[in-house]
Ligand binder design. Structure first.
Ligand code: UGA
Length: 443
């Protein structure tokens, strides 16, 4: 099947590469010529385990190609996936200018029937707007051509995108057209062998499914962070509570890890955009607003704990920081809790000495060269000469620690753990003060 993907960002590149890998003919289009040139050389602009070799293999096999030429891209695929960015507007709503620009391009160049597939996360009602934009562009040329627009949201996690694409729990497709259903069935047939994963539904239901899924997961996290804050004040250990409630299959163990707040390009943006959509239809989304507010507050907790450990005086202190990315297995620092911590430490006159297995280049890009930021080669170097240690991301290599060594190398025996990685007793035995999240007796 011939497929065109607009946008070679995270979602577009993973979608295009995976579809090529199961035998489809895929053309990825991007307006960024530099990015396309690099992709043609098999160099990928993001860190995603397994993606680079998959891109190379599929480019080599001729099934995956890249272009900046819109005419060529529109002519290529029967399916035209829109996978461009939807950054938040100033008011929190999703900015649709890139999505609608692609719709316009498709309408301007198409010569035969096309299915336009909304893959980007877009507010309910966007398919109607895409429909309108494509129709207008065709009409501008004085033509009448058939096309359909469907919604096909993605549920990929950064760091596990290829696996999620291949073994995802469901494939949601919003359409009322039999022709679209048939084409989408053909597109996803290689992923639909084990059991029926295709879920056909109304376009608006599909669009809302994406937001509802992310908002539900974000709600679980904020709820658990609220419980952690309560546990801390009531003298209970939230980790024991987590085990206690997770064992109930109605609650489950997933996404109830308390921590220093959720980040990334999706949860913060999508929760805000859904709340904004609600207010657009005169509904105040009480819960969504609270989920976001709890998360904002949670991102401050590491600094609050650190500051308390130093009686509010962090001036001239060097803070060792393990983990910069918003979660492990990515170099993404968008809305990362580490940024809130670093910026607060700098405002208080302190310095950061950080290590992250993947995100240091990104950190440098964001903050540039500055005297109060040192990026070091490994976690050991980060601790040497520092006053205290803070953990923001649960990279695998941070899970085991020689606490005696840490104690011997920190000027002040303080660990602030934003991910509850360690046994509080083991940390304490080494003579360190341990500030975790929601662990009443750990301080
Ligand atoms: C999320 C969703 O999980 C995907 O299903 C969705 O497709 C994607 O957004 C998207 O909309 O594109 P992602 O942002 O890659 O994926 O990251 P997650 O693994 O879901 O983690 C999000 C944040 O929640 C991280 O900051 C993580 O540290 C935090 N988290 C997660 C917790 O604090 N506690 C938990 O128990 C789980």
């Amino acid at each position: 099947m011939k497929i065109t993907i607009f946008g070679t960002g995270y979602v577009g590149l993973v979608t295009g590469t995976c579809l090529a890998d199961v035998g489809h003919d895929v053309m990825c289009m991007d307006v960024d010529a530099n990015k396309i040139a690099r992709l043609r050389d098999g160099e990928i602009p993001i860190y995603e385990p397994g993606l680079e070799s998959l891109v190379r293999d599929n480019v080599a096999s001729g099934r995956l190609r890249f272009t900046t030429d819109a005419t060529e891209a529109v002519a290529f695929g029967t399916l035209q996936f829109i996978a461009v960015g939807t950054p938040p507007d100033e008011d929190g709503s999703a900015d649709l200018q890139y999505v609608l620009a692609v719709a316009d391009t498709i309408g301007e160049h198409m010569q035969e029937y096309k299915v336009i597939v909304d893959k980007s996360t877009v507010p309910v009602g966007t398919a109607d707007r895409v429909n309108e934009a494509v129709g207008k562009a065709i009409a501008r040329r004085g033509e009448t051509l058939g096309f359909d627009v469907c919604s096909n949201p993605e549920f990929l996690k950064e760091g596990a995108a290829i696996e999620d694409f291949t073994f995802g729990a469901r494939i949601v497709i919003g359409t009322d057209s039999e022709r679209v259903k048939e084409l989408m069935r053909e597109c996803y047939a290689p992923y639909n062998r084990q059991h029926e994963k295709l879920m056909f539904m109304d376009v608006r239901a599909a669009e809302l499914t994406k937001y509802a899924a992310n908002a539900m997961l974000a709600t679980k996290i904020s709820f658990m962070n609220e419980v952690a804050n309560l546990a801390e004040r009531l003298g209970a250990d939230v980790e024991q509570v987590r085990h206690g409630i997770g064992s109930d299959p109605r609650i489950g163990y997933q996404f109830i890890y308390p921590g220093c707040g959720y980040g990334g390009s999706c949860f913060p943006k999508d929760v805000q955009a859904l709340a904004r959509s609600a207010s657009d239809v005169d509904y105040h989304a009480e819960l969504l607003t609270a989920v976001e507010a709890v998360n904002q507050r949670q991102k401050q907790t590491l600094f609050t704990k650190l500051s308390q450990a130093f009686d509010g005086d962090l001036a001239g202190k060097t803070i060792a920081l393990w983990g910069l990315s918003f979660k492990p297995n990515t170099d993404d620092m968008r809305d990362a809790p580490s940024r809130v911590l670093m910026e607060a430490v700098w405002n208080a006159g302190g310095r950061i000495q950080a290590f992250d297995p993947e995100a240091m280049k990104e950190c440098r890009r964001l903050y540039g060269e500055r005297d109060d930021l040192t990026l070091v080669a490994d976690r050991i170097q980060a601790v040497k000469g520092a006053d205290a240690l803070v953990i923001c991301t649960e990279w695998k290599e941070f899970r085991t620690v020689d606490f005696d060594w840490v104690k011997g190398n920190l000027a002040t025996p303080v660990i602030v753990d934003g991910r509850n990685l360690y046994d509080p007793q083991a940390v304490k035995r080494a003579g360190l003060l341990y500030f975790a999240v929601g662990r009443g007796d750990s301080m």
